[in-house]
Structures are given as C-alpha cells and as structure tokens.
Design a protein around this ligand. Sequence first.
Ligand code: AHR
Length: 387
Amino acid sequence: MKKKLLGTLLSAAMVMSLLAGCGSSAATDAAADAAATVEDAADDAAEEAQAEVVEDVEAAEEAVEEAAADAGASSDGGNISIGFAQVGHESDWRTASTKSCQDVFSEANGYDLSFVDCDNDEAAQKEAVRSFIEQGVDYIIIDPIIATGWDTVLTECEDAGIPVIVIDRTIDDSDKYVAWVGSNFLTEGKAAGEWLKAYAEKQGIGEINALVISGSTGASAQIGRSDGFKEIADREGWTILDEQTGDFTEAGGQEVMESYCKSYEGKFNVVVCQNDNEAFGAMTAMDNAGVAYGPGNDVILISFDACTAGLEDVKAGKISADFECNPLAAPFVEMVIQQLQNGETPDKEVYMEEHWYALPDQIVDFSIDGAAQTMTEVTDDVIAAQY
Ligand code: AHR
C-alpha cells in the first residue's frame, strides 16, 4: 500500500513537470490539477504512515510484555501473582495440600498468593475464580470441588488471558486449562480392590460384603476410587452392600458408619473409607457399636490418603491397608508456572508418585492391570516422613 502511494506521487510529479515545460494555459491548468493530486496523495500517505506507526507501537508494547514474562517476572516486573481456589479444609490431606502451596508460592520465592478456602462450596469456588480474574492475577490454580460445570468460568479465564492450572482433582468437562497436576484416583481404587482380593485369599476369606463410605459426590477423587474398587468387586463377584458419602470428613464418616452399624449389623466384613478422616470417624462409630476391626478381627478397614495419623492407625493395627494420595503437588505446579514463564509448553497431565502402605502381615503381592505393585511397610521412620 505504501509503495502504491509513493508510485502515485512520483507519476503526478513527473506529469506536472512535463506540462509546466509546455508553457500553454491548458498546460498551466493541468499542472495545477496535478499539483492538487500530489497534495491529496501526500495527505493519504501521511495518514497511512501514522496508522502504521500506531500499529508498530502496539506491537512493540506487546513484545515488551512478552519479553518480561519470558524473563520470569510478571508483566509489571514484580512478583508473580497467583490466585488459588482451594476446596476447603475438610481433611488432614487438605491441610497438607494448602501448606504445600503456601510454602512454595511465598513472597520469599517471588510470588503473591491470593488464597481462598472455598469451604466445599461450588458456587463460592467459581466466585473466587472470577475475583481472581478481576484482580488480574498472572495465574489461577483451581482444585475443583466437583469435576463438572467448569467450561463457562474457564472460558472467562481464557478470554482474560490468564492461564489456569488444575491441581489434585480433575475437571472432566472442559480442557481450557494449561496443565493438571494430581493423583490417579482410578488406580488408587483399583489398588484397594486388588489388595483386598490378594489379602482375602491369603486369609482364606471366601465372601466379601463391603460397605463404602465415599468422598464428596461428584469429586473426581470420589468417582475414581468408587469406580476402581467397584471394577474389582464386580469382577470378583463381591457384594457392595451400600455406598454413602461421608464428604471426606471425620464427622461424615462417623455419621454414615453409625447408620451402617444399625442397618447392616453382623452383615459386613469390609469397610472402605475414601479418606483417612472418614476412617477416623468410622472407627469411633464401630468402637461405640462394639464392632471389632483391623487385622485379625471381624472387619477389614481400608483407607485412602496415608496421612501421618492414618499411618499411625495402620501401625496400631486398626487400618488394614492405606492407599496414598500425595498432597505435595505445589512444587510440580511451580515447575509448570516456570515453564510457562520461559515460553515452554508444559505437559498437560502430571501424575503424583504414590505408595500403598500396610504392616508386614498385610503386605501381599498384587497387580493393577498387569503391573506388579510393591507395598511399603509402615515403620516409625515412614510415619515421621509423612505429611
Ligand atoms: O481430592 C483429594 C481428596 O480430598 C483426599 O483424599 C481427601 O482427604 C481430600 O479431602
């Protein structure tokens, strides 16, 4: 376009000088017309050049912002700002997860962390994400209370240009996030089932009648653990007498187990709690109801998380096996953020390493989908190293 205008200017100037050389009045008029054409063309060229300068300045500003981000600082050159919409404070696991994030995303490490405890309230969690958008944070971390209903708010994050990193639980109905770091809940559920199969065989237990106290309904941690355990139960022909939610809390676990003890008195030999806190509540209920549980007793108690207090109960012979869910994901989330800062593309999924815990008499060989598993013996050192 610029070339075309310059061409017009040059042609007009040439015509003008030729006509002026002729010396007639017609030539003088033509020269005046040509001069007007040159003036118009010059105005057009000036306007166009100004528009291009504005575009160039905008492009340069964008480049500066990108360079600042690539250099590892936020666009204003200060700390990297992060909004974290945490599930709540329902369990020992959650406390460890929150601490892990607060330790990693500290001011000393170059971050400004806005932390919101959403108290297991889905609406409050979406509101928290929207408030992070309004604040204009550099990154948003979400631990989704439930797995669905996320596409609209994630689209809002995307429109605002804020990368979202999902931690722990999954979002199952949208892929508008840059990365997820968490646990394979389906594998955890299968591990519990395959362990129970091998342990029951070793003990000569022919019939399994299980009661499940599940986590918060619709959370991917609940869905995966329920599905994984059920897959093995169906294959082995076990009976799952009931499955009710304890909402991942001690109070919830106790309440559900109290009702199970009344409804299924003498009819169950396995209790599966989908986290340690539910198991603590279930043990209180069984103690009160006079139900004996743990290795060598009537009821096999299975738990998930393997937090410090959970492993202490394994060591004390109360929980028969505990399947870890690792809450220390924050360092991996930081790795994702640093990759983004450096203009790299992080892996979309990062799985946490997890272990299966028991005392020596309850350690058995088993496989998950053909992969041999190794169990970890619970010792004082193992407990001391846990979260
Ligand atoms: O999403 C992880 C689960 O949520 C943990 O098993 C549980 O303890 C927590 O509340």
